[in-house]
Design a binder for this molecule. Structure first.
Ligand SMILES: *Cc1c(COP(=O)(O)O)cnc(C)c1O
Length: 360
């Protein structure tokens, strides 16, 4: 098999040892004679897989006991609606922080259910900065405050957790969960589509504080009710069984790497090397303010965008895939989630230097 490094923003690379174990167990999981894909989700074998994955995620993130962990479907995009359905709890408005493309989608969906107060917006810098917490104009009556800790497309990331007092803080962590330790107790809800840093597409993880479940809108579908999922152990209906199993293998792999403290060190190092290479060059540039550059998604531009096509084609020949920036921003983007090895980043940096030497 050719060695390639896949810099896709999602679905993204998975750790090779996880894939190897899944292959090993694919036809016959633990001498059951069955694939995990073929198991009843109510079987004792599958329940052990599911509960072990939850326990391992709780261990990694040190999730306090007063939080539910839900394994759902519908992607982070469904959470854009499920959050207001479950968190308005008699209130009529919510605060949203707009830091870019994913914030905007969350805001647009929330507007269908409540009055959205955009308490801060980094449009004045074309979403290359994070609005200073001191300047947020929060509404005292907001049911919750929603933000996007890592903007997957723009590549801006919060490097600390904003304080919202007693108002529940809701975070779309799709592209940054498990990249470092996290103090879950600061949050009312954390949600993440799996296909960036957790596992394959089809699974969405929701971590929600117990006291925030149980009160929905009158017309909330049962499938959108956090409590219905919590009460049934995320088995209100058939869950995405194989994706849940694979996520469990990823959680074990992270623990084997030394847990989230070790992941953070590796991720900090990978991203710093790449940003240093970009900053040291007169040919490449980062559009993002140095204070809020993402560890996970690194956008960069070439001094001559007429060379973008050639850069991408040569990168592909060198086994460096999916570096094209999002269609809305152009340029390049290297997504370097947990599963991207340090050698992958080193190979990209070497390639960039060689391209600059020969083509710039
Ligand atoms: C990818 C992504 C989403 C969308 O996730 P789906 O699982 O495709 O719905 C939402 N928010 C962020 C920050 C993302 O990176």
């Amino acid at each position: 098999m050719a060695t390639v490094y896949n810099f896709s923003a999602g679905p993204a690379m998975l750790p090779v040892p996880v894939m190897a174990q899944a292959r090993e167990e694919l036809l016959d999981w633990h001498a059951t004679g069955m694939s995990v894909m073929e198991m009843s989700h109510r079987s004792k074998e599958y329940l052990s897989i599911a509960s072990q994955a939850e326990a391992d995620l709780r261990g990694l993130l040190e999730i306090p006991d007063d939080y539910h962990v839900l394994f759902l479907q519908g992607g982070a995009t469904s959470q854009f609606a499920m959050v207001p359905h479950n968190l308005l709890r008699g209130k009529t408005g919510a605060d949203y922080i707009n830091t870019g493309a994913w914030s905007k989608k969350a805001i647009k969906e929330a507007r269908r259910y409540c009055d959205v107060n955009v308490a801060a917006d980094s449009d004045d810098t074309n979403y290359s900065t994070i609005p200073d917490r001191a300047e947020w104009r929060l509404d005292d009556n907001a049911a919750y405050v929603h933000y996007t800790p890592n903007e997957t497309i723009g590549g801006v990331e919060f490097h600390s957790i904003p304080d919202t007092g007693d108002v529940p803080l809701v975070a779309d962590m799709s592209s940054t969960i498990l990249s470092r330790p996290l103090d879950v107790a600061h949050f009312g809800v954390i949600y993440a589509g799996a296909q960036k840093n957790i596992g394959p597409a089809g699974l969405t993880v929701v971590i929600v504080r117990n006291d925030l479940v149980g009160e929905t809108l009158d017309f909330t579908p049962t499938m959108f009710d956090y409590k219905a999922h919590a009460d049934s152990g995320s088995m209100l209906n058939t869950p995405p069984t194989f994706a849940w199993y694979l996520a469990g293998l990823v959680f074990k792999w992270i623990a084997d790497q030394g847990g989230l403290v070790a992941m953070a060190e590796i991720n900090r190092r990978k991203s710093r090397r790449l940003y240093d290479a970009v900053d040291a060059s007169a040919f490449y540039a980062s559009p993002v303010d140095p204070d809020c550059r993402s560890w996970m998604n690194v956008p960069f531009t070439l001094a001559d965008d007429g060379l973008d096509g050639e850069f991408l084609a040569q990168a592909k020949s060198a086994g460096l895939l999916n570096l094209k920036g999002h269609r809305s921003v152009g340029g390049m983007r290297a997504s370097i989630y947990n599963a991207m090895p340090e050698e992958g980043v080193a190979a990209l940096i070497d390639f960039m230097a060689e391209f600059e030497r020969t083509r710039a």
